[in-house]
Design a protein around this ligand. Structure first.
Ligand SMILES: *[C@@H]1O[C@H](CO)[C@@H](O)[C@H](O)[C@H]1NC(C)=O
Ligand SMILES: *[C@@H]1O[C@H](CO)[C@@H](O)[C@H](O)[C@H]1NC(C)=O
Ligand SMILES: CC(=O)N[C@H]1CO[C@H](CO)[C@@H](O)[C@@H]1O
Length: 619
């Protein structure tokens, strides 16, 4: 009876879910306001990937959206997933669906993990909310919200690079300037340009400690995007450099990437002069590679004379290089030779052979692998040093992208307690069951859950069962009508990581409509009688009838657990499965579920991305 009821309940949920055209999003009983993106994932060599979690920040449109009074689920914002695409943290409600960029772990501030990201400026609010660079601790509490303290209109979206020790951070800076057009051979004319540069700022106050701007250093004719015959521009002006990343070397100089000069610049930390240019129209190097429209340039290592630099190369159209595919590049520059030389150490093409026109990231992982974010639709891949594609993944949804993607080991210990929703159902007093849904947004390392109930608010907590954690949200079904419930999150060594608040169990609004046959509303069981007794029964006397009932209950619980796990998969299958679900025997159902789970595991993603349109003034 219980089993039949559970089946009906799950089928109903399946039918409801089936009617929604949003199967590319996750939904949870415990976090009803969150709709997290699903990933499609393919592993080619699971054993060779570096351990860690994925850090992404999906956005729908790159500019802030107009405020609305309509209710929206939390979708846009910072998210952490494990390497199976299981959600670990949804931070989208924390920032009210605002766009977040460059979400990552900072692990060189102290011996703890921290998180950093950019909160984009507010929607057309005349500069009242210019955005912030955020640093959170591993409990998801805000440590720093670094404001824009100078005259700049917004915290630039491209970079928030917290430097080792965490005292200062780098950000890009765009500034409209009215300049003479002598650079273009038109000394009698003036017009507006968007100069590109960067700031190094104090993370405690936002105070700008060092600022550099392209004006006076990078002439307009160095741009590959400005035609010298164009009429002078009104404000904000030609986005002629479009800086998109900034890093600092061990020797105190800065590595600036400018997409619209296709050049990487080394800029003196002492006086701001350009020490060298790599790539573009005026490269100082003899080099055995070409690149253009690059993103996310980083020092992998550097000393006074040599540096290894990683970056994402969109593609190239140089005659000697026929590449039509974007690639992660690792190059070494040597400044001791005359002329200076730069050579390609290795490069990893985008696995689908496509082009990433905008955005993206390249990260060196602790085991030597490379993790690449190709941006569009959250496409990301991990590559072994010898270039094998070990994994590729992307959002199931075509509606979202992420500016960068990262992978890091991380320990998350949320300051908020685990979430629990319990509800009771049944057809009469003898088959009441309490269904728990439990999750802990942001917690890593939860291996299992303990479930407790009490006779009343002041009652002793009685352990009523435990189960392995699976997926973000775990479901558990306990015999009886249990109230005053709580849960414990337990790690693999049996340590309790966190305890929920005490929750009341939800009851049907109308017991009769929910199928209850009894005359009166049922009352909650005393868990010490229900669960205290059972333990002694099991230990001392074997009552065959009770044992049979217990076995049936266990079977029903297991079936429900497996069915719940398969729920997501089932959503996509359609009416036939619902029919099977409702009518099939237990064995048939389990076999069916097994088949779908296997199918899901083998499913590789195959869609080819559509190309995002390119814009001169946007990212
Ligand atoms: C700088 O790095 C290069 C390449 O790793 C190495 O050959 C060179 O000896 C280093 N120079 C110093 C001063 O350490
Ligand atoms: C549940 O608790 C029992 C007793 O402490 C333990 O042996 C078992 O491993 C636990 N099961 C899970 C899934 O944690
Ligand atoms: C897809 C894309 O934007 N490709 C560009 C890569 O860079 C070369 C060289 O600047 C351009 O010509 C391509 O259009």
């Amino acid at each position: 009876m219980l089993f039949f009821w559970v089946l009906l309940f799950l089928s109903f949920r399946t039918i409801v879910a089936e009617a929604e055209p949003d199967n590319d999003l996750m939904s949870f009983v415990t976090l009803p306001e969150v709709r997290a993106l699903k990933f499609n994932i393919a592993y080619y060599d699971r054993a060779a990937v570096s351990p860690g979690y994925w850090f992404v920040a999906p956005y729908g449109v790159i500019d802030p959206e107009a405020p609305t009074k309509q209710w929206k689920p939390c979708q846009v914002g910072p998210y952490i997933y494990d390497a199976d695409g299981v959600l670990i943290w949804a931070g989208s409600c924390m920032f009210d669906n605002r766009n977040i960029f460059d979400f990552k772990v900072v692990n060189d501030i102290d011996d703890q993990d921290h998180l950093s990201f950019i909160l984009q400026h507010g929607y057309q609010d005349n500069g009242r909310d210019k955005g912030y660079g955020y640093i959170l601790d591993q409990h998801y509490n805000v440590e720093n919200a670094v404001p824009v303290t100078n005259d700049l209109g917004a915290f630039n979206m491209h970079e928030f690079n917290v430097l080792p020790g965490g005292k200062t951070a780098l950000a890009c800076a765009y500034r409209s300037e009215y300049v003479n057009l002598g650079d273009l051979g038109r000394p009698d004319e003036y017009g507006w340009i968007t100069a590109g540069g960067f700031v190094e700022m104090d993370t405690a106050t936002g105070e700008v400690l060092f600022e550099w701007s392209s004006t006076g250093y990078i002439p307009i004719h160095e741009s590959v995007k400005v035609d010298p015959r164009w009429a002078a521009s009104p404000q904000p002006g030609w986005d002629y450099v479009h800086v998109n990343s900034i890093d600092k070397s061990s020797t105190g100089d800065y590595l600036l990437s400018a997409r619209f000069t296709s050049t990487l610049y080394l800029i003196s930390g002492e006086d701001g002069h350009i020490i060298w240019r790599l790539g573009g129209k005026f490269s100082d190097f003899v080099q055995d590679f070409t690149f253009s429209k690059q993103h996310h340039a980083r020092f992998v290592e550097s000393n006074a004379t040599h540096a290894i630099i990683s970056f994402l190369n969109n593609a190239s159209d140089e005659a000697e290089n026929e590449e039509s595919v974007s690639a992660a590049m690792f190059v070494q520059v040597d400044t001791t030779t005359t002329p200076m030389t730069a050579r390609l150490l290795r490069h990893y093409n985008r696995p689908d052979g496509g082009l990433t026109r905008l955005r993206g990231s390249v990260q060196t992982l602790p085991n030597g692998n490379t993790f690449v974010g190709w941006s569009e639709q959250g496409m990301q891949s991990e590559h072994s040093p010898d270039g094998k594609v070990l994994m590729q993944a992307r959002f199931a949804s075509t509606r979202f992208s992420t500016y960068r993607s990262y992978k890091f080991p991380f320990i998350g210990r949320p300051s908020a307690p685990p979430d629990v929703v319990a509800s009771v159902y049944g057809t009469d007093e003898t088959d009441l069951a309490t269904i728990f849904h439990v999750s802990w947004n942001g917690a890593t390392d939860v291996a299992s859950w303990n479930f407790y109930a009490r006779a009343d608010r002041k009652g002793l907590p009685i352990l009523i069962g435990n189960t392995t954690k699976f997926d973000f949200e775990t479901m558990y079904i306990a015999d009886g009508y249990l109230d005053w419930v709580s849960v414990e999150a337990v790690d693999k060594d049996g340590n309790v990581l966190g305890t929920s608040n005490l929750h009341r169990t939800e009851t049907p609004q109308n017991w009769r409509l929910a199928g209850f046959q009894g005359d009166t509303k049922p009352t909650a069981d005393d868990p010490s009688i229900l669960y205290g007794q059972k333990q002694t029964e099991e230990e001392d006397v074997v009552d065959p009838e009770a044992a049979a009932k217990e076995a049936a209950l266990q079977a029903a619980k297991e079936a429900a657990r497996v069915a719940a796990k398969a729920n997501e998969v089932i959503h996509g299958i359609g009416g036939l499965l619902i029919f099977i679900l409702v009518t099939c025997s237990v064995g048939g159902l389990l076999a069916g579920i097994y088949w779908f789970l296997r199918r899901r595991r083998m499913q590789a993603y195959h869609e080819v991305p559509s190309e995002e349109h390119q814009s001169l003034t946007r990212e």
